[in-house]
Design a protein around this ligand. Structure first.
Ligand code: BES
Ligand code: ZN
Ligand code: ZN
Length: 463
């Protein structure tokens, strides 16, 4: 829990003091370098002095990293109550500190047994020594949305099924009268002809689902913004089976849909005054005798036929039908999708940025702006008219793989683009940014990062 109070009272079990170069404290006179953590024990009370270095060299990312490091340090492991004394009180700084605590100390330990001698206290009450402001309380709220997304991504693929996601969405919107739900299960998908989505799910023992929440938070005549997520609850690759070292993490292939849940939670909690659609295209790319096959030609909801060049390029198929269904039945003013779509995006950008593609310079600019404000990073990559030549097929209208080597994130984005029917649209390829393996990166620990949640919550709040 995070709370605020303007006075420093030193009444908690521990006080974390953030010190920029040149700043001093009554209990501490030394000069600290950036990254230094220095404990001072006074009876039962612990002071932790955290060196931030020169302020002009301290990025807000650095600050989040240092706050995380202090909160996770062994000195604080048995402490339940912490006060944080800030080095500066401007809004961006305080929000970075909030995120250093809330995002930085998140751990996924549902399945980890604890040693009975382990006295670690995970759930801490953190008081930040600044006056409470609406934007700070909102920042705490937004981090809860991020945590929901991370929990959904981190759990087992056979736990977070399409049924589970449906229940999670129902639970989120339960008491909200301005939110309504449409769900297309296998039967409805068949009746309406969302055959691309059905094909991907064909070998699965689980129900495919298109989940659409309509949230009327804005004015009656205002257009709807659709927030769409790829929800592949597991991606084996299908008959083009993924090899070892690629398949192990594919429970994360629903990170887009999980981010939609986090943003939905935030939109409801913050009462965002916009008309919004929250859309989860959920399927499982399984393998078995019923699986769809390389070389198949399948006509989806848009009436366009698609040659299956590779059953592992399944996300774009689910999104194609999702876009087509939305465009025809909901006519959104704009669509923004998040998808762990391509390994190529990871090759291009690594893990610290989501790939951003858009047919609108204005929307792209707004998203880049939100990205800079939230540190939920994006980098724009191109789509351009000639790309469509690379996804041509000899036997169908389109192919789900590219005829050229290289640029796989761009050709995948162009495939999606073909199903937008002129709707203003942006696509975030979060294949690299949604998850971090090993010790973690920046202020994210091992596992899901919640990529896209802070970004799009900010976008919706400010545009
Ligand atoms: N889910 C994967 C993309 C992915 C890769 C996500 C790594 C997270 C980390 C996607 O469905 C996929 O397999 N894409 C293929 C497309 C190819 C067959 C054209 C890829 O990127 O290799
Ligand atoms: Zn795949
Ligand atoms: Zn996939």
């Amino acid at each position: 829990m995070i709370s605020f109070r303007p006075k420093v009272l030193n009444d908690k079990e521990a006080t974390v003091v953030l010190l920029a170069a040149g700043q001093t404290h009554a209990h501490f006179k030394k000069d600290l370098e950036k990254g230094d953590i220095y404990p001072v024990l006074e009876g039962a009370k612990t002071f932790i002095f955290v060196g931030l270095g020169k302020l002009d060299k301290l990025s807000l990312t650095d600050l989040r990293i240092q706050v995380r490091k202090a909160c996770l340090s062994a000195y604080l492991s048995k402490v339940k109550t912490i006060e944080i004394v800030v080095h500066a009180k401007d809004e961006a700084t305080v929000i970075a500190i909030i995120e250093g605590v809330a995002i930085g100390t998140y751990v996924w330990d549902k399945y980890k047994s604890r040693d009975k001698n382990d006295k670690t206290i995970k759930d801490k009450d953190v008081t930040i020594a600044v006056e409470a402001k609406e934007s700070y309380i909102d920042a705490v709220t937004i981090c809860k949305g991020v945590s929901l997304t991370r929990d959904l991504v981190n759990d087992n693929a056979d736990t977070i099924t399409s049924d589970y996601l449906e229940k999670a969405v129902r639970e989120l919107i339960k008491v909200h009268k301005n939110a309504s739900l449409e769900i297309l299960n296998r039967k409805e998908l068949q009746a309406k002809g969302l055959n691309l989505m059905l094909a991907v799910n064909q070998a699965s023992n689980k129900e495919p689902k298109l989940i659409i929440v309509k949230y009327a938070g804005g004015k009656k005549n205002e257009g709807y913004t659709a927030i769409i997520g790829k929800g592949m609850t597991f991606d084996t690759g299908g008959l083009n089976l993924k090899p070892s070292n690629s398949i192990e993490t594919m429970k994360i292939d629903m990170s887009g849909a999980a981010a939609v849940c986090g943003i939905l939670k935030n939109a409801l909690a913050l009462k965002i005054s916009k008309n919004l659609l929250f859309v989860l295209g959920v399927a499982e790319n399984s393998i078995g005798s019923a699986a769809y096959k390389p070389g198949d030609v399948i006509t989806g909801y848009a009436g366009k036929s698609v040659e299956i060049g590779n059953t592992d390029a399944e996300g774009r198929l689910v999104l194609a039908d999702t876009f087509a269904y939305l465009v025809k039945n909901y006519k959104p003013a704009r669509m923004i999708d998040m998808a762990t779509l391509t390994g190529a995006c990871v090759v291009a950008l690594g893990f610290d940025h989501s790939g951003l593609f858009s047919n609108s310079d204005e929307l792209a600019r707004e998203l880049v702006e939100s990205s800079k404000k939230t540190d939920d990073r994006v980098w724009r990559l191109p789509i351009y008219p000639e790309l469509k030549d690379y996804i041509k097929s000899h036997i169908a209208d389109l192919k789900n793989t590219s005829n050229i080597k290289g640029g796989g994130a761009c050709t995948a984005a162009e495939f999606l683009h073909q199903f937008t029917e002129g709707t203003t649209w942006a696509h975030l390829d979060i294949a690299g940014s949604a998850y971090t393996e090993g010790a973690g990166r920046m202020y994210y620990g091992h596992g899901a990062t919640g990529a896209g949640v802070r970004l799009l919550t900010h976008y919706l709040l400010h545009n």
